[in-house]
Write a protein that binds this ligand. Structure first.
Ligand code: URA
Length: 239
């Protein structure tokens, strides 16, 4: 891809457009080892080497991270008071990352962080019916009857019932453990589905979204870049 030098540097978080222009005119930027002083210089993002103050920059058009979201952070890009999931991604190059979908503040688990709008649309558009798998602890005894109700669709106070969802009971007792697969992403959906059958979610963690499975090696709060294979499968490049 061909882009201007000042955009290249600003995209990679080296400062605002005017800050990087200043750095360029000061002679702090080298392209293929030659000092370049014109911000409008066109670069090839694949083949040109850019040094900013002596440090190799490297261009990423899209970035993809898998975060094991901890409780207590919000699924937003920035917030004056609260810590956001984007604040947790320390090594990001791009400054236009966003969470692909939302998890509640108290929900843990798989959250994709990217700046790929097309992929976000593909995963989040209601018409696409992408599977989301959650693990939950439930106050109350989850029963075979709940399984049936969830399979038929639950009235959570919307115009329509929820789409059929697959409930798997791992443990049934005073506190139950389940996995639930849903194909929508309505606000507080899992909590509202259990509430509708008279039970409350006390712990919620997302395990999977579409083809993307939470890496068990990621502790809560940790993240890693997607592998090429994960990215290709998710974006449909493998289709
Ligand atoms: N359903 C919920 O109730 N909360 C989440 O964070 C995700 C799904």
């Amino acid at each position: 891809m061909k882009i201007r030098l000042d955009k290249y540097l600003a995209d990679m978080g080296k400062g605002t457009r005017s800050e990087v222009k200043k750095a360029i005119s000061k002679g702090l930027v080298r392209v293929n080892n030659v000092i370049v002083k014109k911000p409008e210089t066109k670069l090839d993002t694949d083949s040109d080497h850019v040094l900013f103050d002596g440090v190799l920059v490297g261009y990423a058009q899209h970035e993809y991270y898998m975060l094991n979201k901890p409780a207590g952070v919000i699924s937003a890009t920035e917030d004056k008071r609260e810590k956001t999931v984007i604040d947790l991604i320390i090594e990001k190059k791009r400054k236009d990352l966003f969470p692909v979908g939302r998890l509640d503040r108290d929900t843990e688990g798989l959250l994709l962080i990217s700046n790929d709008g097309e992929l976000a649309h593909r995963l989040l558009s209601p018409s696409k019916h992408v599977d989301k798998v959650y693990y939950a602890k439930i106050a109350g005894k989850v029963t075979e009857e709940d399984k049936k109700v969830f399979a038929e669709g639950v009235d959570i106070g919307e115009d329509k019932l929820t789409l059929p969802a697959k409930l798997h009971i791992l443990k049934s007792g005073e506190e139950s453990e389940i996995t639930l697969t849903i194909r929508e992403g309505k606000f507080h959906q899992v909590k509202r589905m259990f509430h509708a059958v008279g039970k409350e979610v006390v712990y919620l963690k997302r395990l999977r979204m579409g083809s993307l499975v939470l890496d068990e090696n990621l502790k809560t709060g940790e993240y890693r870049a997607l592998t090429d294979e994960e990215r290709r499968t998710l974006t449909g490049e493998n289709e």
